[in-house]
Ligand binder design. Structure first.
Ligand SMILES: Cc1cc2nc3c(=O)[nH]c(=O)nc-3n(C[C@H](O)[C@H](O)[C@H](O)COP(=O)(O)OP(=O)(O)OC[C@H]3O[C@@H](n4cnc5c(N)ncnc54)[C@H](O)[C@@H]3O)c2cc1C
Length: 386
């Protein structure tokens, strides 16, 4: 068992760290304040391969293991949580297109998505179907060489500012087996975008409802076969959970670093607040939990890379643990800053606002517990979960 990073991994981390410090961190507060989706930054990130980290090489992707992608997302999130979170969603959708798209789709979209010149959204959630995603009702009926799509998706990250939507639709009967994935160009006739939701965090990316009113989609824009869409969407979410957990870990590291620095500078009662044992104990717990979260995320990513049979359970455990622990770390770091933690001059309140949603999306943390609990109670719980 070797926990050290390889030379390649160190090089990826170093590139991501430079981009994070030089490009993401300086813009993060302003993008949040102005609710600006930094499309130019995604293009720059694309030039470094960051928009298609694990997408196949055929479309220009880096085809990296999920563990390496996790290391990179962690570094990026250190600089800007919400921008990186959108990059993870784009990576997830681009990977689905790259792995399951037809030749026609790949020719028309593959390289543009991999390079970040065009952006993608992932559309699963509907007004009546959130955690119970298999109950989705957006439908697609085939008409010769097109599908005609009707229905609505909600909470779609990037919607209105992205170029293609990876949409899970119903082409068959009820339940997971009736779901198919389609790639739908974002400006197709019949697509309507709702208002940009007013949110607690993730303000640098729009979140919108998307309505499909008789949208015609070429059959060649289907991903995989009919009926495979739900499995694809869930497979994507296993990795998505690692990604979002990595964003939490990177942000919590930034929060901890700020808390350490501030506690040494700030004096009360004639001494640095770092000299109070309560501060030291807080920092000790924060770093312990941060390292535990990081290692859990890396273990789950490693299992996914090695196609371990219980990798999905590890992804759920890692997502639940890391997003809960890291949200608490950001909140404790805010507390160490006292009143200054609560005002926008410092980034702590943004860290708290941005990491809160990680406990909700890519499957809520209650759903993570449900997945883990159900597996544990099956008859054939294998050794690997013990
Ligand atoms: C900012 C933001 C961005 C998002 N981006 C995207 C995106 O890009 N694409 C996309 O498809 N979706 C996106 N989502 C949607 C997100 O994935 C859903 O909000 C999430 O899956 C929860 O669904 P819901 O909101 O309908 O909550 P519900 O499913 O209605 O859940 C409500 C509460 O009930 C609990 N609950 C539900 N079922 C159970 C159960 N069986 N056992 C115990 N508790 C349960 C939940 O944990 C939650 O606490 C985004 C959401 C937000 C807030």
């Amino acid at each position: 068992m070797d926990f050290s990073l390889s030379d390649d991994q160190k090089a990826f981390v170093s590139t991501a760290r430079a981009f994070s410090r030089d490009t993401l961190a300086p813009g993060a507060a302003q993008w949040d304040e102005e609710h600006r989706f930094p499309v130019d930054v995604f293009k720059e990130a694309g030039d470094l391969g960051l928009m298609s980290l694990y997408a196949p090489e055929e479309i220009g992707g880096m085809n990296l293991p999920r563990l390496d992608a996790s290391l990179i997302f962690e570094e990026l999130a250190y600089g800007c949580t919400a921008t990186t979170a959108f990059m993870t969603i784009h990576n997830m959708a681009t990977n689905m297109v790259g792995r399951y798209g037809s030749e026609t789709l790949l020719e028309q979209w593959g390289e543009n998505l991999a390079s970040g010149q065009k952006l993608a959204s992932y559309c699963l959630t509907e007004p009546g179907s959130g955690s119970d995603a298999a109950s989705l009702v957006t439908c697609a009926k085939q008409d010769a060489d097109h599908y005609i799509v009707h229905g609505s998706k909600v909470f779609i990250s990037g919607a209105g500012a992205t170029d293609i939507l990876v949409v899970m639709v119903r082409t068959g009967g009820p339940g997971a087996k009736g779901v198919t994935a389609l790639a739908i160009p974002a400006e197709s006739d019949g697509i309507h975008y709702g208002k940009s939701e007013t949110k607690m965090g993730w303000n640098c990316q729009p979140t919108r409802q998307v309505t499909f009113d008789g949208v015609r989609v070429p059959v060649s824009y289907r991903l995989g076969d009919e009926g495979q869409g739900f499995n694809m969407a869930m497979e994507a979410l296993d990795g998505g959970r690692i990604n979002i957990a990595s964003c939490s870990v990177g942000t919590a590291q930034a929060a901890l670093d700020h808390a350490i620095a501030y506690s040494k500078e700030r004096e009360q009662f004639g001494q640095a607040i770092a000299d109070f044992q309560v501060t030291q104990f807080k920092l000790a717990d924060m770093v312990t939990e941060l390292v535990a979260a990081r290692q859990m995320v890396r273990l789950a990513a490693w299992k996914l890379d090695h196609n371990e049979p219980e990798a999905g359970i590890y992804c759920s455990m890692a997502k639940r643990l890391a997003t809960d622990l890291c949200f608490n770390i950001c909140n404790e770091a805010l507390q160490i800053h006292g009143g200054y933690g609560y005002i926008r001059e410092y980034p702590l309140e943004r860290f708290v606002r941005d990491t809160r949603v990680h406990q909700i999306l890519e499957g809520t943390n209650e759903i993570m517990r449900m997945i883990i609990g159900r597996r544990l109670l099956m008859d054939n719980v294998p050794e690997v979960i013990r």
